[in-house]
Design a protein around this ligand. Structure first.
Ligand code: SAH
Ligand code: MG
Length: 229
C-alpha cells in the first residue's frame, strides 16, 4: 500500500529515488513497524499514519529532549505511538489518546505485537475529555498532536501548560494539506473549519514568551515543533 501522496512539497521525480534511499538508510523502518503501517488499511482504518521518515523524526525528537513521559493525541493504529515509545527509556511512559474505539482496539493489538505494551497506555476518548485528566501525570517531556485539526488550538494550549521547560510540542499536518495559507477556501471545503484553529495553534507555538523556539520541519505534511520556555 503506497503512502498518502504528499503534494505540498514538490521534490520532483528526480529526487524520489534519493528520498527512498534515505528512508531505507536513515528512517530504517523495521519489519514490525512496516507490518503495522501496511496492515492498517486492511483492518478498515484510513492510511493516514505518519510515514517512516516522520516516525524516525518523532523518535529523534523524543530522544533529543530525553523524553520519559510523552502524550500523543490521535493514535489511529499505533504506528507513530510505536516510534515514540521506542525512544523511551526503561520506566518511560507514552499516554496516547484515541477517540474511535475501533482504532484504539487495533492500536492496542499493534502495540502488543511491537512488545511495547508496558510503555504505552491507550486512552479511549476525545482529546479534550482525556487531556485534563492526564495533567496529574505530567509534566510531560513531549506532546505530539495528530488528531482532529479543529482541536489543534485547544491541544496546543493544553500542551503549553503541561510540557516542562525544554520539552517539545510537535504538531503533524501543520501545512493543513496545503491549505494553511488560503483565505479563499469555499465555506463547504473540508478544510475550511480547520484553518482558524490551525493558524491559532501555530501562532501560540511561535509566541516567544511561551516557547523559546519554533520551527516548521518541512516534511510533506509540515511538522511544527516548538521548545517550551
Ligand atoms: N498519529 C497516528 C495517526 C493519527 S490519525 C499515526 O501517525 O500513526 C488521527 C486519529 O485521530 C484518528 O484515529 C482519529 O480517530 C483520531 N481522532 C479524531 N478526533 C479525535 C479527538 N477529538 N480526540 C482524539 N482522537 C481523535
Ligand atoms: Mg498526521
Amino acid at each position: 500500500m503506497p503512502h498518502r501522496p504528499r503534494p505540498q512539497l514538490d521534490f520532483g521525480e528526480r529526487t524520489k529515488p534519493l528520498l527512498d534511499f534515505v528512508t531505507k538508510t536513515i528512517a530504517r523502518e523495521d519489519g514490525v513497524l512496516r507490518d503495522i503501517r501496511e496492515s492498517t488499511p486492511s483492518q478498515g482504518l484510513p492510511p493516514i499514519s505518519v510515514g517512516p521518515d516522520e516516525g524516525r523524526l518523532l523518535h529523534f525528537l523524543a530522544s533529543a529532549c530525553g523524553a520519559k513521559k510523552i502524550v500523543e493525541v490521535g493514535t489511529l493504529a499505533g504506528y507513530s505511538a510505536c516510534w515514540l515509545a521506542r525512544a523511551l527509556p526503561e520506566g518511560g511512559m507514552l499516554h496516547t489518546i484515541e477517540y474511535d474505539p475501533k482504532h484504539a482496539k487495533v492500536a492496542k493489538e499493534n502495540i502488543e505485537l511491537a512488545g511495547l505494551t508496558p510503555k504505552v497506555i491507550v486512552h479511549t476518548g476525545a482529546g479534550m475529555d482525556v487531556l485534563p485528566r492526564l495533567s496529574a501525570s505530567g509534566p510531560f517531556d513531549l506532546a505530539f498532536i495528530d488528531a482532529d485539526k479543529t482541536g489543534y488550538e485547544d491541544y496546543v494550549l493544553w500542551a503549553a501548560n503541561n510540557v516542562r521547560s525544554g520539552g517539545f510540542v510537535v504538531c503533524d499536518n501543520a501545512y493543513l494539506f496545503g491549505n494553511l495559507h488560503r483565505d479563499d477556501l469555499p465555506p463547504d471545503h473540508d478544510d475550511a473549519p480547520k484553518v482558524a484553529p490551525m493558524r491559532a495553534a501555530l501562532k501560540l507555538l511561535a509566541d516567544e514568551t511561551v516557547f523559546s523556539s519554533c520551527a516548521m520541519i518541512p516534511t510533506g505534511e509540515g511538522m511544527a515543533v516548538a521548545v517550551r520556555r
